[in-house]
Design a protein. Structure first.
Length: 312
């Protein structure tokens, strides 16, 4: 049984997923930083791009961005609630005619022929949720692309600090009074997470060695009990990801770690910066420059971003 796919289907088809994901930039500062970095990278790499494939496109944050640039986008996602929200937002933006919505799992791209799209992209780690098929998925994305590939995956090094800081997400809450259920869960469980935490060296070393967040078995057992666990997630090392793309024929590869700078600042400072439009603009500009340095790419906040040329 393909548990990664089945767990992802159950998780991402929760009815309110589309609405919740579309609001992330209003609730979490790390999402603001990450998505700003991705947006800058995309807009800097659109020369000669007329078609794009957005793999795991979610609520349409980047499909709509490209459609506004006149690019025809295939919005590909496993979640109907995500697609429904993306359709709503695309209509509001007046770009519905530029986007083709497809509901399907990322593990199966056989309907698409070689070199079908000028640009292939995938953000916020859907590739990492296809374990153990993550390398094959990358190979398939390269196959259907023609000019450029831009993807972000789960960062092994960037995710590891969560195992020593269970309240790290609280650092990035923008508005503690918002009605987002995850924000309220983080706040209400903060003290309990402090009290129950103890550092486990074995878990950290296993994650560092194998790259799995969780062990897979716990997620599978939870799924079989009818629960909705988090997706089985594979974290990539920077050199590992670069080597995979190189083997696939990708050239001019560059890596970045969105969130590497922001994660060094406390919540109070981050919120103060976000509340001032001039500071926010300058902060995001500096984050983009800092996080693009190859020496910090592995320590991005969860995500490891990579892009390169497909010379075909």
């Amino acid at each position: 049984m393909d548990y990664s796919r089945k767990i992802s289907e159950r998780l991402w088809n929760i009815p309110d997923k589309g609405e919740m994901e579309s609001q992330r930039e209003n609730t979490f500062i790390d999402d603001i930083v990450q998505k700003n970095h991705i947006q800058r990278t995309l807009l800097n790499n659109l020369d000669g791009i007329t078609t794009a494939f957005d793999a795991g496109a979610g609520s349409g944050r980047f499909s709509i961005l490209l459609a506004k640039q006149g690019i025809h986008v295939t919005h590909f996602d496993i979640s109907q609630p995500m697609i429904d929200k993306a359709k709503e937002l695309a209509a509001e933006a007046g770009v519905s005619d530029k986007i083709n919505f497809v509901k399907r799992a990322l593990e199966d791209l056989t309907d698409y022929s070689d070199n079908s799209f000028d640009l292939v992209m995938s953000f916020d780690s859907p590739i990492s949720y296809t374990y153990p098929k993550q390398e094959k998925v990358i190979e398939e994305l390269v196959r259907i692309g023609q000019k450029k590939i831009i993807i972000s995956v789960n960062s092994r090094l960037g995710s590891l600090p969560y195992f020593a800081n269970p309240v790290q997400k609280c650092q990035f809450i923008l508005d503690e009074e918002c009605n987002d259920s995850y924000v309220q869960w983080c706040l209400s469980n903060r003290e309990n997470m402090f009290q129950e935490f103890s550092f486990n060296k074995d878990i950290c070393e296993e994650m560092l060695e194998k790259g799995l967040i969780g062990n897979g078995k716990e997620e599978i057992d939870a799924y079989e009990r009818g629960e909705t666990p988090w997706a089985i997630t594979y974290g990539f090392m920077p050199d590992e990801l670069e080597n995979i793309l190189t083997r696939c024929g990708v050239s001019n590869i560059k890596l970045a770690g969105p969130g590497a700078f922001a994660r060094t600042l406390p919540n109070e400072i981050l919120k103060k910066i976000m509340s001032d439009s001039k500071q926010k603009e300058e902060f995001l500009e500096f984050c983009y420059k800092y996080d693009s340095n190859p020496y910090v790419c592995g320590m991005g906040k969860d995500n490891l971003l990579v892009f390169g040329d497909l010379l075909k």
